[in-house]
Design a protein around this ligand. Structure first.
Ligand SMILES: NC(=O)c1ccc[n+]([C@@H]2O[C@H](COP(=O)([O-])OP(=O)(O)OC[C@H]3O[C@@H](n4cnc5c(N)ncnc54)[C@H](OP(=O)(O)O)[C@@H]3O)[C@@H](O)[C@H]2O)c1
Length: 301
């Protein structure tokens, strides 16, 4: 149970890549942690991108499903700070981005307002203004609008790409060839979940509504591809796909799968932009690739 003036935090998204690191970081910094989970078994295992087991870092597990408000009663009661990284990435549920990334998080926000939570920390995307035509970003930015009108102290963390997503380059390198969109010279400083978690936790009590952030090293996409090959000890084989070819090709996915279309659109549009955010953290992509490559070579995701 919480002692004295210990701050109480709700982590929504605790079973995911970022949520696990955030759970761990809140606990490390002395918070009492309630974790929302629909599948708590996940909390007992290491994640697919080597994110930590967090069951022992959690004071209370709240079983619930963000898309079913009737399962969330009491979720924010007694809570000072809500953190949410809930959203669709690789999940294959039959629900869309508006239902999860927006409405799911809105259900939590409504409960936070009723429970007099002091701060809501939400994760959206870096340079969202340039990505708002993509369903995933549109849904998250709709929640950001709701937060800004709510009267609650809120913070939107705006990260570049996570190391978990940078495994896409590694997977391509494992299969023999990396395909880049455009000339490969666009830049990104991706961030490790542990470094991003520190940004999320230190956002507590700040009056900063927007925190754009990325990792300590900026690479071009071609450099990321070369790094992946070098970690695998392979000669780089890189194909640069012209944008006039990629953009219409992605549109062709649309009639077949809204889900894959949105994900492909997000990644291909993002690869045509520079994602070079204010730098933080210590983890390098090289170390992460070296750590995760053996398990990917064995069994690519
Ligand atoms: N990845 C990036 O490069 C990047 C960059 C910028 C911003 N972001 C944003 O950051 C967020 C978190 O990323 P992440 O990599 O930590 O994602 P993740 O590993 O997929 O975790 C997402 C969390 O949301 C929950 N969730 C997803 N669909 C759900 C549903 N239908 N009902 C209930 N819960 C659901 C997951 O629960 P389960 O474990 O039960 O599925 C999980 O706890 C994303 O939504 C994304 O918009 C990501």
């Amino acid at each position: 149970m919480a002692k004295g003036n210990m701050q109480k935090v709700l982590v929504a998204g605790s079973t995911g890549y970022l949520g696990r690191f955030v759970t761990e970081e809140f606990k490390r910094q002395g918070y009492w942690v309630r974790a929302l989970a629909r599948n708590p078994k996940k909390l007992e295992k290491v994640g697919p991108f080597l994110e930590p087991t967090v069951k022992d870092q959690i004071d209370e597990i709240f079983l619930g499903e963000v898309t079913k408000p009737e399962t969330l009663r009491g979720l924010c009661d007694g809570i000072d700070i809500v953190f949410s990284s809930i959203g669709i990435t690789r999940q294959r549920d039959k629900v869309g981005f508006m239902e999860v990334d927006y409405q799911g998080n809105k259900n939590i926000l409504d409960l936070a307002l009723r429970a007099s939570v002091k701060q809501f920390i939400f994760v959206s995307a870096f340079q969202a203004d340039l990505l708002k035509h993509i369903a995933m970003v549109k849904a998250r930015e709709k929640l950001v609008e709701g937060l800004s009108r709510s009267g609650l102290n809120y913070t939107v963390i705006r990260p570049t790409g996570y190391f978990s997503d940078m495994t896409e380059f590694l997977k391509m390198a494992i299969s023999g060839r990396v395909y880049l969109v455009g000339d490969g010279e666009k830049k990104i400083n991706p961030i490790h979940g542990a470094d991003l978690a520190k940004v999320c936790v230190t956002a507590v009590a700040k009056q900063q509504h927007q925190i754009p952030t990325g990792g300590p090293v900026t690479y071009t996409h071609a450099e990321v591809a070369e790094l992946a090959f070098s970690v695998l000890g392979k000669t780089p084989k890189i194909t640069r796909l012209p944008t006039w070819l990629v953009n219409p090709a992605v549109e062709m996915i649309r009639p077949f799968s809204k889900h894959y279309y949105t994900l492909a659109k997000f990644f291909t549009v993002a690869m045509q932009l520079n994602f070079d955010a204010p730098k933080t953290g210590t983890h390098t992509l090289k170390e992460f690739y070296e750590e995760i490559a053996p398990q990917f070579v064995k069994k690519p995701h």
